[in-house]
Structures are given as C-alpha cells and as structure tokens.
Write a protein of this length. Structure first.
Length: 285
C-alpha cells in the first residue's frame, strides 16, 4: 500500500500508478498544461519522477538549464528536434545541453525523470534511442542475480563489480527470466525506484508487482526475497552508483517455492497487496 508520504524518496513505496488521479502540475516547465502523476520527489523538491499524458500536437521547449530530463515512451510518440521515438523510445536531455523542442503527432503517455543533481553529464549532447537498439547485458558481480539481463539507457553505466552505474547512477530496463528466484534480502546505500512494465514479481511483504506497479526502496531499506513465475520487464532508476548487500531471510526458500508452485499460468498478472497475496499463495494458518 502507498505510504502516508505519497511521493517521498525517504520512505518505501508500493502502489499501482493507475489508481492515482491525473492532475495538472506546475513543478517544472516540462509539465505546463498537460496531465501528470507525480510518482516520487526528492526531499528538497529539485528532482522528481512523473507519468505524463499529452494530447496530439503537443509541443514543449523544456529548460535544460534547470535539470537533466529523461523520457521513456509508454504509448504514442515524442520527437526531439525531429528525431522520433515510439513506445520503448528513450530521450535524453542532459542539463546544460541547450534548447530543444519536444513534439508529439499522435499524443501518448511517458515516464519523465527530472533530476537536478545528476553528475557526470557536462558537455554531453542530447540523445534519442529505442530500447530495441540497445544491447542486452548479463548482470555481473551479483551471484544472486544469475540470469538477469538489462539494457542501459543512461550512460555511462558500469555493469560489473560490486557497484553498478555511472556517476549519475543508472536508468536501466531489466529483465528477470521466468522462474527467477532470490530467497535472500538485500539493501542498497542509495535510493532506488522501479516501474514495472510487463510480467509479475512476488516480493514479501509487499505483494505481487505487475504492469503499472511502482516500487521504491530508500537507502538502507532491506527488501525482498523475490521470485517470478512468468518473468518481468521493469525500468530501474538510481541517482548515484548502487551497490547490493545480501543477507539471509528466514523462510525465504519456502516463500519463493510456495509462490511458484501456486501461481496459475491461466491468469493475467495484476497488482496485489500483501494480505491478498499471502492468502492466495502462502496458505497461512
């Protein structure tokens, strides 16, 4: 369930974004006059993550002197100075890259990452790409993540060793294969947010994460274990390089095995809170 502080990056979050109302926000020049859902915001309000919904013909000239702006297209199209991106497209406008126009012919919906504090992008030009054009990378350096693949969107992004990402953290599309399981807990020294695109993930004591689920873990917050029956595809952001420290979780093996032995292949994944998940899959006394 969503915590009392609705968008705080200092509290754990777990909710379905589609339950949030659309609003007209004026936090940044990017948002003027279009529908938005704010998913997270830093303590001093200089950085935030949004879902945006915009009409056909939408035009905007964001001020990159204020922040690094990254867009991931969920539906429709967005062009940056004439370079078009459809669903799965990524548009990167680093702070200080100069003026550029955003335009949409058909309208659509996207995720927007507005970060004032990202490091390492001085003098870097803007970039437009599609997730299909980026290479898959095998997640290395974390034994519990065996079989996990990812595609880097925010560059540079170091993917080996105990610490991942670049000076500005990471923005990755991550894929967990069907039947993936990690019965341990883990913790990061930095804040992490995840937006789920496809499939499902079982994570006690959160519940079932499905398309449209938003999950955030503050620095120092132990989370997991986790497993997936069908596989899952998710967008992961941190704003600084990220480590991962594991620890044993009592009953973790029984939990992940219990879920995989009960999750039906005939049902479409949907977001579920912990009470419902526990009743359906773990058969508590």
């Amino acid at each position: 369930m969503k915590t009392a502080s609705l968008t705080s990056r200092h509290e754990p979050q777990f909710y379905e974004t589609r339950t949030l109302p659309w609003d007209r926000l004026s936090d940044t020049r990017l948002l003027g006059g279009i529908d938005a859902r704010r998913l997270s915001r830093s303590a001093n309000h200089d950085s935030a993550t949004y879902e945006l919904r915009f009409p056909p013909g939408w035009r905007c000239q964001p001020d990159t002197d204020e922040a690094t702006i990254e867009l991931f297209v969920l539906e429709g199209d967005v062009s940056l100075d004439g370079r078009r991106a459809g669903p799965g497209g990524y548009l990167f406008m680093p702070r200080g890259c100069g003026s550029a126009e955003l335009h949409s012919e058909r309208g659509g919906q996207l995720l927007a990452f507005w970060n004032e504090e990202l490091a390492g992008f001085e003098g870097v030009p803007w970039r437009v790409t599609s997730w299909r054009d980026e290479p898959w990378v095998d997640l290395g350096g974390i034994p519990a993540m065996h079989g996990v693949l990812y595609k880097s969107l925010r560059l540079p992004d170091r993917g080996d060793g105990a610490v991942h990402g670049g000076p500005g953290g990471l923005l990755r599309l991550s894929f967990l294969p069907p039947a993936f399981a990690d019965p341990t807990q883990h913790v990061h020294e930095v804040w992490e947010e995840i937006y789920f695109l496809t499939g499902e993930l079982f994570m006690p004591p959160r519940g079932i994460l499905a398309p449209g689920t938003y999950l955030a873990n503050p620095a120092g917050y132990w989370h997991a274990p986790m497993t997936t029956q069908f596989g899952t595809f998710m967008l992961v952001q941190t704003t600084a390089p990220v480590d991962q420290v594991p620890r044993h979780f009592p009953g973790g093996d029984e939990m992940v095995d219990g879920y995989r032995d009960a999750a039906s292949w005939l049902e479409s994944p949907r977001h579920q809170d912990w009470d419902e998940t526990r009743q359906r899959y773990l058969n508590p006394d």
